[in-house]
Design a protein around this ligand. Structure first.
Ligand code: BGC
Ligand code: CA
Length: 293
């Protein structure tokens, strides 16, 4: 692939709002779901009709993933939980880090074995108190890595044998070997430089390349499976938080963004900050996995 331009025919804004921290896009049966972590809201948009629904949630929901039993497995500020459908109440599995009240969950994704991988972070973004957890189908959780200020973007190679994970503050993308016992052999996949923002949410395409959203980076970068930068999709907003492939053929990249922390002047320069975008990037994604518990 050569350079992807932010031409109007490539990029489309689907939902205009200065959401504080839209995250966790999920495509399912023609709907795009996402969360606004700081806005305490869960959203969904029917792509064919543009019907939009929104619900308030009493505790921050930070990610939403499909569950085999129906409904969704979610991460909340303090732990894991389930919702049976879009408007159902939350069933919580309990508090994961009771001794770390400034921590919260952030990004999460299901691996091809049906486990949910989810990271915590210091909500003040100062202390390396964040960890990467695995929640098994038996509802047991365990820490597999720690020492992060802001965790982000667990995602998996198409063959299910690698987990990618971000240290957003230090602009590092790590790769681990993944199997039924967990992750091992942590190494740096890419260290982003001054011409990139902070690696945030990410996804893989059918060619095994990584699409990495850049917070404060005005776009999404594509890396090959060896960690080599390939191209950047430019967006008209600075804080790009997460992306996922969707559509019948998984041919569209759906993108969340954030308006939190912007000054009035910055917001005037990027009035679409916090909006939801779609991009026809010319590559297909892979079908996401379903939580088996
Ligand atoms: C977090 C934000 C954070 C950002 C920075 C996001 O995933 O939810 O709170 O500011 O990453 O990289
Ligand atoms: Ca994120």
């Amino acid at each position: 692939m050569t350079e992807v331009a932010a031409a109007a025919d490539v990029l489309q804004c689907l939902f205009v709002d200065n959401q504080l921290l839209a995250e966790g896009p999920l495509y399912q049966h023609g709907w795009l779901y996402w969360v606004d972590i700081k806005g305490l809201a869960l959203h969904r948009l029917q792509l064919a009709t543009a019907e939009h629904q929104q619900r308030h949630v009493p505790e921050q929901i930070t990610s939403i993933s499909p569950r085999q039993k129906g409904g969704f497995v979610v991460t909340t500020r303090t732990g894991f939980g389930f919702i049976d459908d879009f408007s159902a109440p939350l069933h919580s599995l309990g508090t994961v880090e009771p001794a770390l009240p400034d921590n919260r969950f952030n990004d999460a994704k299901v691996d091809p074995l049906g486990n949910l991988w989810a990271g915590t972070m210091d909500d003040l973004e100062k202390t390396p108190s964040g960890s990467l957890y695995r929640l098994t189908p038996e509802h047991q959780w365990q820490v597999f890595d720690t020492g992060y200020i802001v965790t982000n973007g667990p995602t998996f190679a198409p063959d299910g044998r690698r987990l990618y994970h971000n240290d957003s503050v230090h602009k590092q993308i790590f790769v681990f070997d993944l199997d039924a016992s967990g992750i091992s052999n942590k190494r740096v996949f890419a260290q982003l430089g001054v011409d990139h923002g902070h690696p945030d949410g990410m996804t893989v395409d059918a060619q095994g390349c990584l699409w990495v959203c850049e917070y404060a980076g005005w776009g999404i970068s594509r890396f090959d499976p060896d960690g080599k930068f390939m191209a950047k999709l430019a967006l008209p907003v600075a804080n790009v938080t997460s992306c996922t492939f969707g559509g019948d053929q998984l041919e569209t990249l759906y993108i969340t963004t954030a308006a939190k922390g912007l000054t009035a002047a910055e917001l005037a320069g990027q009035p679409l900050a916090g909006s939801i975008f779609a991009a026809a990037v010319g590559v297909q994604g892979i079908q996401g996995a379903v939580f088996l518990g």
